[in-house]
Design a protein around this ligand. Structure first.
Ligand code: NAP
Length: 295
C-alpha cells in the first residue's frame, strides 16, 4: 500500500527552508516548494520537487498554492522586511490559517521563536505569537518550533566583523540559546515526516549550548583567526541609529523590542535533550563565516 503525503515548504531558498526541502527529497518525497522566484532554487532541488510560485504577503496566493497539500512547513518570510512588521506577520498568520482550513492541511510545523510565549511586548516576536495563535485556532495538528538566536544573524554585520567587532543590546554575560538554522531545518523535516504526533505542540530548538555575547566573541576570535570583541549598545542608541538611517518607527520598535522585551528572562521552554541540536558556533563560524570574511 502506498501512502501519498504531499508536504509543502515555504521559504525553500532561506537558511531553514533550504534544509527542510533537501531532507524531504532525501527522505524520498517530492515536496511542493512555495517560492516567489524559482530561479533562486538550486537546480538539483528544482528537479526533485514540484515548484509553485507564491507571494506570502498575499492571502489568495497562499491559499491557491497550497491546494492538495497534506502537511506544511510555515515560515514568516514577510514580517521582518515590512514597514509594520507585526501587522504584516499577523496578516500572514491569518492567510496561513485560512489556507490550512480551506485545503484541510492536517499537519503543520511553524518556525517560531523563544519569546513568543509572552504574546505581547517582545517586538517582532509578537508577530510570530500572532501566527502561532492563528494556526492554533484552526484545530489542525501543529508544532511550533520556538527557536533560539540564529548563527546567521552574524551575517547582517560582516563589516563590523571585518573591523573586529560584534554589537548587541544584551549585557556581555547574559546567556541565550544560539542555534544553526540548518539544524532547525532538520527538526522541522523530522516533524513533518512523522505520523507519531497529533494535536498542538511547542518544541524548543536551541543549539548545543546557551552563550553570552562575550563567549561568542571569544569563539569567533578563535574560529576566524582574528580578534573579535563585543560592544554593548543601549536600546536608545539602537533607536537613534535606526532613526538616523530613516527606518520607520514600527520597524525600530520591532527590532529593539526583541531584546528589550526578553532581557534576563528564563526561557519558557527549558533546555532539554529534545530541544538541543548539534552544530557548535565554532564549526559554523569556521566553515561559513571565515570564507566570507576572507573574500
Ligand atoms: N534570526 C533569528 O534569530 C530568528 C529566531 C527565531 C525565529 N526566526 C524567524 O526565522 C525566519 C527567518 O528564517 P530564515 O533565516 O531561514 O530566512 P531567510 O534565510 O532570511 O529567508 C527568508 C525567506 O523568505 C522568503 N520570502 C520573503 N518574502 C517572501 C514573499 N513575499 N513571498 C514568498 N517568499 C518570501 C525568501 O525568499 P527569496 O529567496 O525569494 O528572497 C527566503 O526564502 C523569520 O520568520 C524569523 O522571524 C528568526
Amino acid at each position: 500500500m502506498t501512502n501519498h503525503h504531499t508536504i509543502a515548504v515555504t521559504a525553500p531558498t532561506g537558511h531553514v527552508g533550504s534544509r527542510v526541502a533537501q531532507l524531504l527529497v532525501q527522505a524520498g518525497t517530492r515536496p511542493v516548494l512555495l517560492v516567489r522566484d524559482p530561479d533562486r532554487l538550486d537546480p538539483g532541488l528544482r528537479a526533485a520537487a514540484e515548484v509553485r510560485t507564491v507571494d506570502l504577503a498575499d492571502t489568495e496566493s497562499v491559499r491557491s498554492s497550497t491546494k492538495g497539500v497534506d502537511a506544511a512547513f510555515w515560515l514568516d518570510g514577510v514580517g521582518e522586511s515590512a514597514p509594520d512588521p507585526i501587522a504584516a506577520s499577523t496578516a500572514f498568520g491569518a492567510a496561513a490559517a485560512a489556507a490550512v482550513e480551506a485545503n484541510e492541511i492536517g499537519r503543520n510545523v511553524f518556525l517560531s521563536s523563544g519569546g513568543a510565549e509572552l504574546r505581547h511586548g517582545a517586538g517582532n516576536i509578537d508577530g510570530l505569537a500572532a501566527i502561532e495563535m492563528a494556526l492554533d485556532a484552526t484545530g489542525a495538528d501543529v508544532t511550533h518550533l520556538r527557536c533560539g538566536y540564529f548563527f546567521t544573524n552574524l551575517l547582517f554585520d560582516l563589516d563590523g566583523l571585518r573591523d573586529g567587532r560584534i554589537s548587541g543590546q544584551r549585557r556581555p554575560d547574559e546567556r541565550i540559546p544560539w542555534v544553526d538554522p540548518r539544524d532547525i531545518g532538520e527538526v522541522a523535516a523530522a516533524r513533518l515526516l512523522s505520523s507519531s504526533w497529533s494535536g498542538r505542540h511547542v518544541q524548543g530548538v536551541q543549539g548545543p549550548q546557551d552563550l553570552s555575547f562575550a563567549e561568542v566573541a571569544a569563539i569567533l576570535s578563535e574560529a576566524l583567526g582574528r580578534p573579535v570583541r563585543y560592544v554593548e549598545v543601549s536600546d536608545d542608541d539602537v533607536r537613534e541609529q535606526m532613526r538616523a538611517a530613516g527606518r520607520p518607527e514600527a520597524v525600530i520598535e520591532g527590532i529593539v523590542g526583541m531584546t528589550a522585551g526578553t532581557r534576563d528572562r528564563e526561557p519558557a521552554v527549558p533546555r532539554e535533550y529534545v530541544t538541543t541540536t548539534p552544530t557548535p558556533l565554532s564549526a559554523w563560524a569556521f566553515t561559513t563565516l571565515r570564507p566570507l570574511l576572507a573574500a
